[in-house]
Design a binder for this molecule. Structure first.
Ligand code: FAD
Length: 312
């Protein structure tokens, strides 16, 4: 079934990048339509509690409140929110076709992709429940909350060592947990970690259990060779085992970089297909913050506006 209406702008998914793109295109009178999966409306920030680093909120703001505000602000100017996902796309033509789960095809002159990226999880029973209560995936976001505390950082590779050295500035101690017996991190990075009196390493180890009722109070470490376990009392568990950009919808149409992020013609948000723009964590390897996602959502909106103006 093909919907007769042709939209000027369709935004795929509803995090800070998508809502900001919607706000700007709505204020440009382009009547954007935002599709966001009903289960994950508002994106990654809805899974956290206090956000202290989004400018404009001197007392901090709860993640879900921030996202509800962004949504309401875009709606105020006419953005239409559809809490349903897009399940397939054909972005190759001048008119883009996007299909929802009921099979309705929505047609658009421009598409802004803001699907975000997922933090990889350990898959342990208490992990989601204690998210924002001692379990974190983002040192930049949450390091400040762990001042003077003992924490553990599970690393999945070399770059995660940066998270551990960053966190050591705030905390009392960092135990770095790694499944093997050494990391291949750059010599400089490794030397910095090894001389840091707050950092110690638990090699050949993995987290077997997260302990704590309302907040994290400890972890059980398991030796990956012997299977032996030991308890470690910590108030924080940082999981730094990588990210998965949500690009599965676009495979074969939009160019991806070797790590699976959408490629854009930086500093613009233009993808390889005319009329298709990408913003937020689905593009961003480096910063992965709400403010940077929102900023690139703004850029994508301005790029879409210019593209539409050139068509007129
Ligand atoms: P997202 O916010 O990821 O949104 C993209 C879309 O993906 C959403 O529409 C959502 O519906 C959809 N989606 C989300 N999860 C799934 C899923 N599993 N399957 C399918 N669809 C999904 N940044 C800060 O600046 N400050 C902080 O304090 C902060 N704290 C954070 C705490 C946590 C627990 C997490 C996970 C992230 C935190 N971040 C923080 C990072 C920030 O949330 C992201 O950088 C930002 O949300 C990226 O915006 P985005 O619009 O690109 O993507």
């Amino acid at each position: 079934m093909t919907e007769p209406i042709e939209h000027e702008v369709v935004v795929i998914r509803s995090g800070p990048a998508g809502y900001t793109a919607a706000l700007y295109t709505a204020r440009a009178d382009l009547k954007p339509v935002v599709f966001g999966s009903a289960i994950f409306v508002g994106g990654a920030l809805t899974t956290t509690t206090e956000v202290e680093n989004f400018p404009g909120f001197p007392d901090g703001i709860q993640g879900p409140d921030l996202m509800n505000n962004m949504r309401a602000q875009a709606e105020r100017f006419g953005a239409v929110m559809i809490d349903d996902d897009i399940v397939s796309v054909d972005l190759t033509g001048d008119i883009k076709e996007l299909t929802d789960p009921e099979g309705t095809v929505h047609r658009a002159k421009t598409v802004i992709v803001a699907t975000g990226s997922g933090y990889r999880k350990l898959g342990l029973p208490r992990e989601d429940e204690l998210s924002g209560r001692g379990v974190s995936w983002c040192a930049t976001c949450d390091g400040f909350f762990f001042r003077g505390k003992d924490i553990v950082v599970v690393v999945g590779g070399d770059t995660a060592l940066e998270e551990a050295t960053f966190l050591s500035c705030f905390v009392a101690s960092v135990t770095v947990v790694y499944r093997r017996d050494s990391l291949r991190a750059s010599k400089v990075m490794q030397a910095r970690a090894q001389v840091d009196p707050k950092i110690s390493f638990a090699w050949n180890s993995e987290i077997a259990e997260i302990q704590g009722t309302d907040r994290v109070s400890g972890v059980v470490l398991r030796d990956t060779h012997t299977g032996e376990t030991r308890n470690l009392a910590v108030e924080g568990l940082f999981i730094a085992i990588g990210h998965d950009p949500r690009t599965e919808l676009f495979t074969g149409q939009l160019d991806l970089d070797p790590e699976g992020y959408l490629k854009v013609d930086a500093p613009s948000t233009c993808t390889n297909l005319p009329g298709v723009f990408a913003a937020g964590d689905v593009v961003d390897h480096t910063y992965r913050q709400a403010i940077t996602a929102a900023a690139s959502g703004c850029q994508a909106a301005l790029d879409a506006e210019r593209h539409l103006a050139a068509l007129a």
